[in-house]
Design a protein around this ligand. Sequence first.
Ligand code: SAH
Length: 376
Amino acid sequence: MDKDYQEEQFAGITKFTPPLYKQRYQFVKDLVEKHKPKKVADLGCADCTLLWMLKCCSCIEVLAGLDVCATVMKENMHRLAPLPGDYLQPPERSLTVTLHHGSVAHKDPCMLGFDLVTCIELIEHLEESELKKFPEVVFGFMAPSIVVITTPNSEFNPLLPGVILSRHPDHKFEWSRAQFESWALETARSYDYSVEFTGVGDPPTGMENVGFCTQIGVFVRKCPQTIESAQSEKPAEAVYQTVFRAVYPSLKDEKYLQSAVVNEVIFTAQTIKQSLLDHLMSEPEEYSDDLAEGELEFQPSMNCFPEDLGTLVVENSMEPFVTGNVVYIPLTTIFSFPRVNELCGTFEKLCELIAGRVTLSSDGSAVVLSAEYENE
Ligand code: SAH
């Protein structure tokens, strides 16, 4: 791992703010925000920091990491697991995060179908034989829409005190801009991609001719990939080992949708009940005459709801009412609340999701609550 190696060690002469590794990750995040890929793979993911940052991008549904060193991945992979808060209010989007142990020199079907593949400070760690296979695996086999490759720009090295041969003992090479660009252009040409060059880590004033500290190539596939072409080269065997897999809670999963709907229905029913009871308490003379003690008959008009509540409710034929100690809140009223409506989509789905989980009237048309005040 060479994260921040150079910039921390050489603070004083060349100090990057934010640190260079954060600038590289931010570059990827900006690219994700721009292109909205659904499936993203990070090759040479090391301690999973980039994956951890990317899991917050709401467009991403599948995140995968690959590294040849299982130990470095395992040290921090727990950060990729869902948190208690993720279960409390599951979002609509689904998210699966998987970590694989293996090499970018080998093809594995689990790496097919990605929209974006990132290789951050990876290629300079590859042996010559691995680097030779890399383009065929990433561009030929995985063939994502976009590939991002970052690598040190050796022309910047004289500005990093203490760097003689390379920035990190595990680097097998460090390329000048001309070397990287020639490799990248040849790779792009061979696999029908276009490539654009940029970088992060600005050189100091007056030294602009050395270029960025980290050089970046952004490759974009020229032809859209069809499902057939994605599957045509599928190797028979999986060679990577899966070391971690987390499936995040999502409303796309029926069990989370069901609890969200049940919670929302109960909350909505309680709110309506409270409104009704408040109204009854404020105007008791309207209905107390003919009723036996403790019995309340009430057909509320819309204006018995507080203003904000009333505006949320659309027109209904049947309205909530109180009889004796029981409040009836028609399901049609509850369904007309935007959040319930949005969650269920149809009235039939609402009925199906709450069946057996919310107390209903004998004909199943209304939620039944006790008329007691909650705090009593
Ligand atoms: N992308 C990370 C780590 C860069 S260091 C970051 O930006 O901080 C390079 C990483 O590539 C290391 O974790 C190393 O174990 C991994 N690596 C080296 N050779 C590899 C190979 N052949 N296949 C997959 N990962 C490899």
